[in-house]
Design a protein around this ligand. Structure first.
Ligand code: HEM
Length: 488
């Protein structure tokens, strides 16, 4: 396993926060040199921004400052200050520039939009993610996982990451578009794969949208795939508008969505009544599609890896699955009793949070703890780093699902664990993701246990989501019908 040293710093435990006055502002301690040279020398070769953040916490404590070009950047590793940014003072912040780069694919969807326009879209989309609505998908999720587990042979090896991507992609496609679009889903999937290969690099570049027009083969492929993806989605929108029926999928909800509040932003242009325009629907469909599968797939891949490294925890989860389900496929009603499985999933997202860092930019002067920072400052915080802090998680690198009993959860500050963010931009798919994660874990664990093929390197690759850097080749071992109490 890729072990990182615990990152509680001597500065953090020393107590008094340091303040660097500069004119009317009070900056946190930090790097004296402008970042690029420093970054190049110390962190560029590994190509892993997590190393920079770890270094900042180790050297300067829970709040640190550096400059990149003319911009002030503050890295925060403190749950109370994260709450200030995401909740208490949220109106003083917008999502930062990296979100803008995502617009080359996501347009003005829920993830990338801001302000009144975002609030309107969120109001329209919210009913589609309401707990009662998503409960309908539970049966399909377990069924898809069961169909997949039936295809494996004992002793078969596969890259767990690829397998989990396939499963979660199919699930999000079916929830979005009901079941009758399998061929279209396959095409969408092909386009998404072409796009994602380049997208991860593109969004790391400033002003990526400018390079997109360059006649470079990779970029031409990206543009063409995006155009074909758009054409698919627009065709579906036209068909659905014409059919005008509720098929019980998310797409129907988004089509039927109406905003009861005031709305004057660009979304209203061309929109029938106060619903979404075609362009807006396209942006939301692609946003939900992309946000909804890679995150869950990564969470599940890391969970199987952690279970294979921690056989006692795997055994406990398996026992719970057998006791609760008695060989039947899990249903919505079983979820409250699959507590251990849920705690396993929670602990896995503590150590390997799919969304590993977040950022915001201040729109006005902000006071945060003892600091006073100018408008335009960028603030970053990382689930990966804070959720491995010794201060909130003793022996932070140990995999211990018991950290997520109700008592232990209540003893920690709210933002010591934030895999789904928080405040008004909290993940709209959170309930969906918990339900899907637990149902897939339970369904697959009923029949199989997975072991890492020995001798593989394991490390993180922080792209848009926290992917495994190398394939995770696992061998599937079939559990006996007796031990699994499975109706085979
Ligand atoms: C384990 C799985 C997931 C994780 C860890 C995750 C994480 C997150 C995080 C951290 C944010 C907030 C980003 C920010 O404030 O800067 C977010 C937003 C969002 N997520 Fe998820 N997500 C997951 C699954 C899903 C699923 C299944 C869907 C949809 C089916 C989804 C759709 C969205 C959308 C639309 C937003 C934007 C919400 C807004 O700004 O109003 N996510 N997600």
């Amino acid at each position: 396993m890729a072990t990182q040293a615990p990152i509680t710093s001597p500065v953090e435990s020393a107590g008094q926060p340091q303040v660097r006055p500069e004119g009317e502002f009070r900056f946190p301690p930090g790097l004296k040199r402008n970042l690029p040279l420093y970054l190049f020398r110390r962190f560029f070769r590994p190509g892993n921004p997590i190393l920079l953040f770890e270094h900042l916490v180790k050297s300067f404590g829970s709040v640190s400052h550096y400059k990149l070009g003319g911009s002030n950047i503050v890295f925060i590793n403190d749950p109370e200050l994260i709450r200030e940014i995401l909740v208490t003072q949220a109106s003083s912040f917008i999502k930062e520039r990296t979100q803008n780069r995502m617009k080359i694919l996501l347009g003005e969807g829920l993830i990338t939009s801001e302000g009144e326009f975002h609030m309107r879209q969120r109001r329209i989309a919210a009913p589609a993610f309401h707990r009662q609505r998503i409960q309908k998908y539970a049966e399909m999720m377990a069924e898809r996982a069961a169909a997949m587990r039936a295809t494996w042979k004992p002793g078969q090896t596969f890259d767990m990451s690829a397998v989990m991507m396939e499963l979660t992609l199919e699930i999000v496609a079916r929830t979005l578009f009901a079941t009758d679009v399998t061929a279209a889903i396959r095409e969408i999937n092909d386009e998404v794969n072409v796009i994602m290969r380049l997208y991860n690099y593109l969004i790391a570049l400033p002003k990526a949208e400018n390079y997109l027009r360059w006649p470079i083969p990779g970029l031409i492929r990206f543009r063409k795939a995006r155009a074909r993806l758009d054409a698919q989605v627009y065709r579906m929108i036209a068909e659905r508008r014409a059919a005008n029926e509720d098929r019980g999928d998310l797409f129907s909800m988004l089509l039927a969505g109406r905003d009861e509040g005031e709305g004057t932003g660009p979304a209203t242009r061309g929109a029938p009544a106060t619903g979404m325009s075609d362009r807006q629907l396209r942006d939301e469909v692609i946003t939900i599609f992309l946000a909804g599968y890679e995150t869950v797939a990564n969470a599940l891949t890391w969970t199987w890896y952690l279970l294979s490294e921690n056989p006692a925890a795997a055994e406990r989860m398996q026992r719970e699955v057998d006791d609760v389900l008695q060989g039947k496929l899990p249903t919505l009603e079983d979820l409250p009793r699959l507590r251990t499985t849920e705690m396993v999933f929670a602990e896995s997202m503590r150590l390997y949070p799919p969304a590993w860092a977040m950022g915001r930019q201040s729109t006005q002067i902000v006071e945060l703890g003892p600091y006073r920072l100018p408008a335009g400052t960028y603030f970053f915080f990382s689930q990966y780093i804070l959720q491995r802090s010794e201060k909130f998680y003793p022996e932070p690198l140990r995999f211990d699902p018991e950290r997520f009993t109700p008592e232990q959860k209540a003893a920690r500050p709210r933002f010591a664990y934030f895999p789904f963010g928080g405040g008004s931009r909290q993940c709209i798919g959170e309930a969906f993701a918990w339900m899907e994660g637990v149902l897939i874990l339970a369904t697959l664990a009923q029949r199989w246990r997975f072991r890492m093929v020995p001798g593989q390197a394991v490390d993180v690759q922080p792209k848009i989501t926290l992917r495994p850097k190398y394939p995770m080749v696992m061998v599937a071992e079939e559990r006996t019908a007796e031990s699994a109490r499975l109706e085979m």
